[in-house]
Design a protein around this ligand. Structure first.
Ligand SMILES: NC(=O)c1ccc[n+]([C@@H]2O[C@H](COP(=O)([O-])OP(=O)(O)OC[C@H]3O[C@@H](n4cnc5c(N)ncnc54)[C@H](O)[C@@H]3O)[C@@H](O)[C@H]2O)c1
Length: 318
């Protein structure tokens, strides 16, 4: 059995995945450049529990750097790649479209080329519900046409799905594109809504709410996402696209109410106009991922927010 390369493995989702795989005794190779999107200190803490594990190998480097990839693939027999390294986040992608395209697209192309040369048989691509754009056909189904992304970030994710298809077509690589629906839980990126709202409410600061609070998301607990990734690792055959969500719609107002109740504090809301690039609503249809992956999300929003707030409190004291 070869190793599993997790790109972006020190990030929010990646670190949970590395922990799960290493805990199951798999050889895990984590490649992360510790980009400046948020602090390196946070990412090092994410993988702190793994640093001494004999089956965990950390490479600090860039997916766009062929020398780094040569070195890594030369030292480890990589059986599967879970590609999570990216510039994430919708709003900053409007400010930095070239950077997003470079990391998310050139980076993916560089990685795919090495995966092909080193005969990797399975490649999982961390895609996003943002590829659905402003579709109002809720719940969102994988068969829907997705050629109207409304942010550069979304466009790079869709482009990544297409590029991985090409590698499947040309070289027979088994590829699963996993469309994550707003992921949350311990270690969530500091700029993401749940983390940001929790911090602001806890500190008694104003909470900016974009739109009238009716926009809605399908929030997915990180353990459920990791379970979906692990299932895809085991079952990836051919080329597939799967939604990984919770299939439960939560409005912004409801989300705030859950956080308030978990913190025992009231939010000071400041309503602001809607942000360009944001989508109005997401909700995953899970028919295909249930059938193909046996995927079944377990954690609902109330329990998930409770767990997140519990983790948030431990961070204040550590
Ligand atoms: N969190 C979500 O709600 C969500 C939703 C949909 C899709 N995704 C996708 O899932 C993946 C992981 O997201 P996350 O929330 O854990 O983000 P994250 O920012 O916490 O993790 C991404 C990691 O990739 C690393 N990285 C960035 N550029 C790199 C490069 N050029 N080379 C090597 N490493 C690099 C970063 O340092 C970071 O540790 C991303 O591809 C993201 O687009 C996330």
């Amino acid at each position: 059995m070869g190793g599993i390369l997790v790109t972006g493995g020190a990030g929010f989702i990646g670190s949970h995945l590395c922990e799960r795989l290493a805990g199951e005794g798999r050889e895990v190779i984590c490649l992360d450049v510790f980009d400046s999107f948020y602090s390196k200190k946070i990412k090092l803490r994410n993988i702190d529990s793994l640093k001494d594990a004999p089956n965990f190998h950390l490479y600090e480097g860039d997916i766009r750097d062929p020398a780094v990839l040569e070195d890594l693939f030369g030292h480890h027999r990589v059986e599967a790649v879970v590609h999570l390294a990216a510039r994430a986040g919708v709003r900053p992608s409007l400010e930095m479209p070239r950077l997003y395209t470079d990391v998310n697209l050139t980076g993916t192309a560089t990685l795919l080329e090495h995966a092909r040369n080193f005969k990797v048989s399975r490649f999982l691509f961390g895609s996003s519900s943002s590829v659905y754009g402003n579709s109002d056909r809720i719940p969102l189904v994988e068969t829907e046409r997705v050629d109207e992304p409304v942010s550069p970030y979304a466009a790079t994710k869709r482009a990544g799905e297409l590029l991985t298809y090409t590698y499947h077509h040309l070289y027979g690589m088994n590829v699963s594109c996993l469309r994550f629906f707003t992921v949350y839980g311990p270690r969530q990126r500091p700029e993401m809504a749940i983390h940001k709202f929790t911090r602001l409410i806890d500190q008694g600061e104003a909470v900016p709410l974009f739109g009238d609070g009716s926009s809605a998301r399908d929030y997915t607990y990180v353990d459920d996402i990791v379970a979906g990734i692990v299932a895809a690792l085991e079952r990836a055959r051919g080329y597939q696209i799967y939604n990984l969500g919770r299939s439960e719609v939560v409005s912004l107002k409801e989300l705030i109410a859950h956080i308030e109740s978990a913190l025992g504090k009231k939010a000071n809301l400041v309503f602001q106009s809607e942000q360009p690039g944001d989508v109005r609503q997401t909700c995953a249809d899970l028919t295909r991922s249930r059938q193909g992956l046996g995927y079944e999300p377990k954690i609902g929003i109330q329990e998930g927010i409770g767990r997140f707030v519990q983790w948030y409190r431990t961070q204040l004291t550590s």
